[in-house]
Every structure is written in structure tokens, then in C-alpha cells.
Design a protein around this ligand. Structure first.
Ligand SMILES: *[C@@H]1O[C@H](CO)[C@@H](O)[C@H](O)[C@H]1NC(C)=O
Ligand SMILES: *[C@@H]1O[C@H](CO)[C@@H](O)[C@H](O)[C@H]1NC(C)=O
Ligand SMILES: *[C@@H]1O[C@H](CO)[C@@H](O)[C@H](O)[C@H]1NC(C)=O
Ligand SMILES: *[C@@H]1O[C@H](CO)[C@@H](O)[C@H](O)[C@H]1NC(C)=O
Ligand SMILES: *[C@@H]1O[C@H](CO)[C@@H](O)[C@H](O)[C@H]1NC(C)=O
Length: 748
């Protein structure tokens, strides 16, 4: 039997209608045809419906400010609070099933909000604790076994959750050692220098140091350089508990005596086994013992103030300098060595583990290939209600509210990409792998990267910003109400908190968080937003929902403010016809850094080192910045195709000018070519320092070395060091000159 033919696949609508009318009188010999007819009717009704919808609900094209007002009004503290609550029910260290559950939560929300989302996974080295013990074995008669435990506190169910991973240092090697103890203050190079001056031998000792001024990975490295065999790092009440003069949690916002700061002690960024290339499942991997992994060489453990007290009390030897004294209940902080001694034991499981980034996109209508990237990490050492989920909740709220605007007819000109990173806590792993994998497209297309991490700790706005974004940030802070004043804007409160008439803007020099790969490796302008300063609960079990509700941000108003700021920044960067990037501000900022270098050189009477090449490059850049600002002024409204292309060319140069600060040899002075940005980056003592910013890191590193050498008597060595300073000045001058050429936009 021949199959019935269906021939009306291209029938016009009139024919379809006729067929519909005949449907009851004339039996269709063809089922497929009937189905097709029904489909046609459906399409017709749909078209009718859409037409009616357009008549009765005209899409409001509206100026950008209309959409911005809509967005500001839509941000909701209850939904933000709900995200924080849902994401922090269980501890979720990177690579654990609970961490994957948070990825699913974020993925589902992105989808609910109408964004297209996907996972990007990597296989990276992570480490988990298997065994820990710390025993004070001398001079006490009875050995004292230290608890290494954070205590449950009243009214906080989180603090007694049995799934909390034991306190440890990520990537610490395993090791069992017994040795006398030496106290080394904050564990800076200068602290070890002081110990040497006091005649204290650190070789084969266990160092006890306190957290607070430098990255913990540097404390461990400095101790290893001094010959120590293991390190314990504790949180002194002076640094984390207001000297115990105010309430500690649960009675106040400060760290209780058993509170312990976990954290990574790894000195690199990204997966240690795939340095410089993406850690896909079948990628090349170096050996765990390769020094290129930058993994620590001696074991370490974080401990509480409570556990540190008997250790410090067991030390004799010289009284430490006054500034080494913390706020523990001790008559003196003595440095040792000994007689107190520790039996230290730690073993870890270091294993290649899957991690998961979640990426969502709102596609741009006119320039979908241009990206405004928003990001924040999702893994936490424990519950992470502040770090990172104050950020995740804000990111999700931005996703939801922008998604709603899209439904109402808003279209960003450029694409907005929202990223939820994994394994940030182990060494900014998820974002670094992703940036490495996408470096070429990001290099061509990324406009800016907007980061949140622990973005709500308490009241008081602050930000770290690439200077061409200063003006934009100030504009949006004028549109948002300050959460802690009656009717000030964030901008007004921000100024009031400083000294002068302009807000105090931070820069992104060090910083162990996800902007690092974007700015310092890929040259993408970046910023990082925050309410509140120091985070006393940092990486402890008490950074949980209960603390946030009681002390961090009880009504979630700071969360609302940071969400509004992030969303407005994304809206402006994605939709302004001309990119709101101002390089005059950048050049002015560079001028002030160059002046600082000049002053430093004058103070140390540097022989024949000149800043002039740099100063002259900066003035070329400033001229080019003024020029492009003129060119960027152009008629609003609809443009001819050639005018659109001209505008795109202006935008291309604004977008590429930051890339020009990259240099492939990178920060040679600290031996890390991964850091390619010669204006902003870390120096030796402060790699990842959340503690202050370094500008012109190459110059500063060379200068520090030259000063260290200046007491030596070897004149040749001195000359070489000053020549190295001059070379670094030239290197920065050259990248600034390149930036000027990009802004000018014409070949030499
Ligand atoms: C250290 O001691 C613990 C407990 O005795 C043991 O389980 C572990 O294997 C030892 N680790 C090393 C690296 O010797
Ligand atoms: C804690 O004590 C130190 C040293 O005495 C002091 O500088 C600091 O201001 C005190 N901190 C608080 C919050 O009281
Ligand atoms: C501490 O370690 C030393 C040396 O390994 C050992 O002799 C001693 O028994 C240990 N003490 C305790 C209390 O474990
Ligand atoms: C180490 O980690 C791997 C991967 O997570 C796991 O399969 C293995 O059981 C762990 N080993 C121990 C001793 O916990
Ligand atoms: C949100 O803010 C309003 C207004 O201040 C407040 O009344 C409400 O309790 C807050 N909601 C939550 C969930 O914190």
C-alpha cells in the first residue's frame, strides 16, 4: 500500500483556513495533513495574540534611566536573604558533593530567571585533612593535647553541624614533627629578621605566628626559609576580637576564643598541576614534587587563640618587642626558643578532583560578542554566609532582576556573563582555569570584570577599582541609597567616611580573589565591591547565616545596596553607546604613582636612576586619553552604519587600552611571569595580600632589593641593583607608551 502523500507543507494561510472550514464535511485522508492544519491555526492565533499584546502593551523603549529605576526598585532583601539561607545550610568545601549541590542551586536559579546557563568543569588538585594532632609535650608535666576544635555556641545550630570539616590548611603537606617553639609575630620577613637580631635560632623549630598582616602562604614560606620544620598560625584577639573588650559571638560580632581561620597556603594561582594551561580532564599534568607547583614545603595548621595561649605561655627567652604583644591573657609575649615544644602531626589527602563553575549569559542585542563579566566564588571553607555567599546572593538577585527587565523589553547592547566560580578558596582555581582557557576571546572582547566576594561584612562602602572605571562607579553610587544613613546616597556616605572631598578609592594590586586572573593576567579592567572592612569570622565555622542575621546585616539592606550597585554597573557597561571607561583618570593616577617613585628614589638617594621615561610616557597617554574623549562625543540616536562602525572603533580602543599594560615576561622580580600586568600586581611579601595595594610592582620589588643591598659593601652588586630599578622603570614606561598608542588608534 502506498503511503498517503502530504503535499501541503508550504500551503499559504488562506488555503489552510479553507481546509479548516472543510474539516467537518470532508474527511482528511491524511493524518499528517490534519496535524499540519491544526498547527497552522495555532500559529495564526499566536500571531493574533502577539499583535494584540503589542497594541495593548507597547514595549516601552524608554531611556536607559527608566530601566535603571525599574531595576533599583525591584531589588528585594527577602529574596537575597533566602539565597543566603539556602546556599549555607551545609558546609561545602570545593569538590565535595555539597559543593556540587550549590552549583545545581545556582544553575537552577539562572534558568528560572530566564538566563541560558551551563557548567564548566575542571579536574584540579585539592587537599582534604585526614589526621591532625597537636600536643604541647614540654615543659608541662602532663602533655597537653590541644583541641583543634571550634566550639558550638548557644543559639547557633550551624556551629554544631557534624559535617564541618576539621580545621586545616589547604595544600599543607603531611608531616609529623616534634620540636621546640619560636614565636614570630605576623611571620613577615622583617619579623624573622628581628628574631635573627635577637639571636633566636629558628632552624628545626616549630614556628607559632599570628594571622593578620600577610597572606598565610607567605608566613609558611618565610618560616621555611628561616629553617622551621612546621608552622601553627593563630588568630590573636587583638586582631580578630577587639582585644576581648567587646562581646564575642554569640554575644557580639567578634571571633570567639576557639574560632579558627582555615585557608590555603598555596603560593600559586589556579590548579597547581597545570600551571599556565587549563586543567581539562585529559590535560598534561606536572608531578606533585615539581617545584613549579608552588606548593608549600613544610606542614602547617591553623589554631585558635584558646589553643595558642598555652603554647605562648610555655615560651621563655627574650620578651618580644612591644608591637609583637597581642591581647591574650599573658604577662609577656616571649619569643622562645622553647622550652615549650610541640608534637605536630598532620596528614592530608591530596587528590585530583572535579570542580564546577556555573556560567550564565544575557545575550547582547547589538554587540553580543562584547562581554561584561560578573563573578563571585561559590565554594566555602565551611558555610560561607559572608564569604562568599553575600556575593552569590547578590549575583543571583542581579540575574533575577535583569531577567525580569528582559521579559519587559529591556535589551542590553552587549552581553552580560554571570559566573559562579569554584575552588577559589584553594587558590583562585575556578576563575583562573576559565580565564586561561578563554584568554584569547577575553583578550579581544571582555569589556570589564566585576567581582564580589565577601561583599557584606557590615556597614561602610569601599571598592577596589581599575582607574578608568572610577567615574562610572561614582555615578552609580549616586543612584543608590546608603543602607546605614537616613537619606544619604552611597556616594555621600562614602565621602563622609574618608577625610577629603573625594571618595577614597582602593586599587587592585594584591588580592587573593577572582579578579586576579582577569586583571593581572588578562588585562581586563576590574572592580571589587564591599560593605564593611575586616571580617572577624573569616574562614571560621561562625561565618554562617545566624551570624549574618544577628550581626552582619540583619535586614539585608547592605546586600540590597551592593546588588543595586553591581546591577547598575552591568547595565551601564552593557548598554552605554560609548563605553564608560575614562583614561584621563587612569593617566592622572599613574602620574601620582610616578611621583611616589620619584620621592622614594630621592629619599634613598638613588644614584642616577631617573623616572623621566615613565613621566613622559604617562603624558603621552594623558594626551591620547583627552583626544579619545573628544572623539567619543557624538550624536545620540540612530546612526548611519558607518557611524556605528566608527563608534565601535572608539570602543575597541577603550577596551584594549588596559591590555597594553601586559608584558609577557611579567613580574620577573618575584619569579612569576603569570602576573603580566605591570601597573597592578603583588610584591614578594604580599602575594595575594588583601593587605594593601602595590602599584608598579616590578619597580617596587627592584627598589626593595636595591635598598636591602645598599648596606652591603660590594659596589658592583649595588650598581647592578640600581640598574635593575632603572630597567623596571623603562619596562613600565614602555607599556604605558603602548597604551597611549592604542588610545590614539593610528599606526606609527
Ligand atoms: C603521622 O602520624 C599519624 C598518627 O600516628 C599517622 O597516621 C601518619 O601516617 C603519620 N604521617 C606521616 C607523614 O608520617
Ligand atoms: C586593641 O589593642 C591595640 C593595642 O593596644 C589597639 O591599638 C587597638 O585599637 C585595640 N583594638 C580595639 C578594637 O580596641
Ligand atoms: C612527642 O614526640 C616525641 C618525639 O617523637 C616522643 O618521644 C614523645 O613521646 C611524644 N609525646 C607525646 C605526648 O606524644
Ligand atoms: C582521598 O580522596 C579521594 C578522592 O576524593 C578518595 O577517593 C579517597 O578515598 C581519599 N582517601 C582517603 C584516605 O580518604
Ligand atoms: C527588608 O527590609 C524591610 C524594610 O526595612 C524590613 O522591614 C524587612 O524586615 C526586611 N526583610 C528581611 C527579610 O530582612
Amino acid at each position: 500500500m502506498a503511503r498517503p502523500q502530504c503535499d501541503s507543507t508550504h500551503a499559504p494561510f488562506e488555503v489552510l483556513l479553507q481546509q479548516l472550514l472543510q474539516l467537518h464535511t470532508q474527511r482528511c485522508r491524511c493524518r499528517r495533513r490534519r496535524r499540519f492544519v491544526l498547527l497552522g491555526v495555532f500559529v495564526l492565533l499566536l500571531l493574533l495574540f502577539i499583535t494584540l499584546l503589542q497594541i495593548f502593551m507597547p514595549a516601552r523603549p524608554g531611556p536607559d534611566t527608566y530601566w535603571q529605576q525599574e531595576f533599583i526598585g525591584s531589588v528585594n532583601n527577602a529574596s537575597i536573604r533566602n539565597h543566603v539561607f539556602c546556599l549555607t545550610k551545609e558546609p561545602h568545601v570545593a569538590g565535595t558533593p555539597e559543593d556540587f549541590a550549590t552549583a545545581e542551586y545556582v544553575f537552577q536559579r539562572f534558568q528560572d530567571y530566564g538566563l541560558s546557563a551551563h557548567y564548566t568543569d575542571y579536574d584540579v588538585l585539592l587537599s582534604y585533612p585526614l589526621h591532625r594532632s597537636l600536643i604541647l609535650s614540654a615543659p608541662t608535666k602532663e602533655p597537653l593535647v590541644l583541641s583543634l576544635k571550634e566550639k558550638p555556641v548557644e543559639g547557633d545550630v550551624y556551629s554544631s553541624n557534624p559535617k564541618v570539616m576539621p580545621t586545616f590548611h589547604g595544600f599543607s603537606p603531611s608531616g609529623n614533627v616534634s620540636a621546640e617553639v619560636v614565636y614570630a609575630n605576623y611571620g613577615r620577613l622583617e619579623d624573622f629578621q628581628k628574631l635573627e637580631n635577637l639571636g633566636i635560632n629558628v632552624k628545626d623549630a616549630i614556628v607559632i605566628a599570628r594571622y593578620g598582616l600577610i597572606y598565610r602562604g607567605d608566613i609558611v614560606e618565610n618560616a621555611a626559609l628561616a629553617g622551621a620544620v612546621a608552622v601553627v598560625i593563630y588568630s590573636d584577639p587583638q586582631d580578630y576580637a577587639a582585644n576581648y573588650t567587646q562581646g564575642v559571638y554569640p554575644y557580639g560580632r567578634w571571633l570567639p576564643p576557639s574560632g579558627t581561620q582555615r585557608g590555603s597556603v598555596y603560593k600559586g594561582l589556579g590548579d597547581p598541576l597545570t600551571p599556565g594551561w587549563p586543567s581539562t580532564p585529559d590535560a598534561e599534568r606536572i608531578s606533585l614534587t615539581d617545584p613549579e607547583t608552588m606548593l608549600p614545603t613544610i606542614p602547617s595548621l591553623p589554631i585558635s587563640a584558646e589553643d595558642a595561649l598555652p603554647i605562648l605561655a610555655s615560651l621563655s627567652g627574650p620578651t618580644s618587642p612591644a608591637e609583637w604583644h597581642g591581647a591574650l591573657d599573658l604577662p609577656q609575649y616571649r619569643v622562645g626558643r622553647g622550652p615549650g615544644a610541640l608534637n605536630f602531626s598532620f596528614s592530608a589527602n591530596q587528590t585530583v578532583t572535579q570542580i564546577r563553575n556555573v556560567i550564565a549569559t544575557i545575550k547582547g542585542a547589538e554587540e553580543p560578542d562584547r562581554y561584561i563579566i560578573l563573578g563571585n566564588h561559590r565554594d566555602a571553607w565551611v558555610f560561607g554566609a559572608v564569604d562568599p555567599h553575600s556575593g552569590t546572593a547578590s549575583l543571583l538577585e542581579v540575574a533575577q532582576r535583569l531577567g525580569e527587565l528582559v521579559v519587559k523589553g529591556w535589551q542590553p547592547r552587549r552581553s552580560i556573563v554571570l559566573c559562579s566560580w569554584d575552588a577559589e578558596e584553594y587558590g583562585v582555581v575556578g576563575s583562573t582555569e576559565w580565564v586561561g582557557q578563554n584568554i584569547d576571546l577575553l583578550g579581544i572582547n571582555a569589556v570589564a570584570y566585576l567581582n564580589l566576594d565577601a561583599c557584606v561584612i557590615g556597614p561602610g562602602f569601599s571598592a577596589g577599582v581599575s582607574p578608568q572605571l572610577d567615574g562610572l562607579l561614582q555615578e552609580v553610587t549616586k543612584q543608590v541609597k546608603d543602607p546605614d544613613s537616613v537619606d544619604d546616597t552611597v556616594f555621600e556616605a562614602w565621602i563622609a567616611s574618608g577625610k577629603g572631598s573625594a571618595p577614597l578609592i582602593g586599587r587592585l594590586g594584591g588580592g587573593l580573589t577572582d579578579f586576579a586572573a582577569f586583571l593581572q593576567h588578562a588585562g581586563v579592567p576590574a572592580l571589587d565591591l564591599e560593605f564593611g572592612d575586616d571580617n572577624p569570622m573569616y574562614h571560621s565555622v561562625y561565618d554562617n547565616f545566624n551570624w549574618v542575621e544577628k550581626f552582619g546585616d540583619p535586614l539585608f539592606h547592605c546586600h540590597v545596596a551592593v546588588t543595586r550597585l553591581l546591577g547598575l554597573l552591568a547595565m551601564r557597561l552593557s548598554s552605554d553607546a560609548v563605553l564608560p571607561l575614562d583614561y584621563i583618570t587612569y593617566a592622572t593616577e599613574l602620574q601620582s604613582y610616578a611621583m611616589q617613585v620619584q620621592t622614594q628614589l630621592a629619599q634613598c638617594k638613588a644614584p642616577s636612576v631617573s623616572v623621566n621615561p615613565l613621566i613622559s610616557a604617562i603624558s603621552s597617554m594623558k594626551e591620547a586619553a583627552i583626544q579619545i574623549k573628544q572623539q567619543a562625543k557624538q550624536p545620540q540616536g540612530s546612526l548611519s552604519p558607518s557611524a556605528v562602525l566608527r563608534r565601535r572603533f572608539v570602543n575597541d580602543r577603550l577596551l584594549q587600552a588596559e591590555r597594553a599594560f601586559l608584558d609577557d615576561k611579567g613580574l620577573t622580580g618575584i619569579g612569576q611571569s603569570w602576573y603580566r600586568h605591570l601597573v597592578y600586581g603583588p610584591v614578594r611579601e604580599n602575594v595575594y595580600g588583601t593587605y594593601g595595594t602595590t602599584t608598579f610592582p616590578g619597580i617596587q620589588t627592584a627598589l626593595a632589593q636595591a635598598l636591602a643591598e645598599s648596606n652591603e659593601h660590594d659596589n658592583d652588586a649595588k650598581r647592578r641593583q640600581w640598574a635593575a630599578v632603572q630597567h623596571e622603570i623603562w619596562r613600565v614606561a614602555r607599556v604605558v607608551e603602548r597604551s597611549a598608542l592604542v588610545l590614539q588608534g593610528s599606526l606609527t
